[in-house]
Design a binder for this molecule. Structure first.
Ligand SMILES: C[S@@+](CC[C@H](N)C(=O)[O-])C[C@H]1O[C@@H](n2cnc3c(N)ncnc32)[C@H](O)[C@@H]1O
Length: 210
């Protein structure tokens, strides 16, 4: 019962006591994953960069500092109204200046034109997508050919949560996600172990081929 409730809040945090606690947990626990996803993307100052399921917005904040050229643009999508509003507050100056755009929408249906995004990153997000193929196909659609996507996760933590049924089904398994990426037209898909101070995490890389 608690596992189902926690999974629901992690997958779509709501404006509630549970949602607030989840937002605090994400802010404290996932900063390393967010910051490393941004670094591993190799963002160039004039890139268009997209974060999927940004949650409270820590990764958006880091990525925005790298987009120093006038053409550099950052987009975030999250289908939690609560997370969308929290990130909007965090990024309000950069939204006003036009550097950042946030969309309250599903990864599977983004209001973005075809082949316009250079880099995509996300952390702790794909396990909650009901249809990985639909999500991967939509990401591939919006990416430029040769664009890089990076996903960071702490696999041991995710496996522990999955064993407790916080995430139902098998979509949390990296190999299931990586197969969906391959089927959607990504290439050079690989998972690497990474270290940040005393924290081990995994990074999945995929390049959009068109
Ligand atoms: C566990 S939280 C992770 C948040 C942040 N990336 C982090 O690591 O702290 C998952 C986030 O992904 C969002 N999310 C899950 N599935 C989504 C989907 N299909 N479309 C858009 N956002 C989604 C949720 O609303 C939530 O904000």
């Amino acid at each position: 019962m608690w596992a189902k409730k926690l999974g629901k809040e992690l997958g779509n945090p709501t404006r509630s006591v549970a949602g607030w606690l989840v937002s605090k947990l994400l802010t404290v626990r996932n900063q390393v994953l967010e910051e490393n996803a941004v670094q591993l993307c190799g963002i160039q100052p004039g890139n268009t960069v997209l974060e999927l399921g940004h949650g409270p917005g820590l990764g958006l904040q880091t990525a925005a500092t790298l987009l120093t050229e006038p053409t550099g643009h950052l987009i975030g999508v999250d289908y939690s109204q609560y997370m969308h509003e929290m990130a909007k507050e965090r990024m309000k100056e950069l939204i006003s200046s036009g550097k950042v755009t946030l969309h309250h929408c599903d990864v599977a249906a983004m209001p973005l034109a075809d082949s316009t995004v250079d880099k995509v990153f996300h952390c702790n997000c794909y396990y909650f997508w009901p249809d990985l193929n639909q999500g991967a196909t939509e990401i591939h659609r919006v990416m430029r050919s040769g664009g890089l996507m990076v996903t960071t996760l702490r696999l041991s933590h995710v496996a522990t949560m999955a064993a407790k049924r916080v995430m139902p089904g098998d979509n949390w398994r990296p190999e299931v996600y990586m197969t969906a990426l391959e089927d959607s037209g990504f290439t050079d898909i690989r998972m690497e172990d990474k270290q940040h101070k005393n924290i081990t995490f995994q990074a999945i890389f995929a390049t959009a081929l068109k």
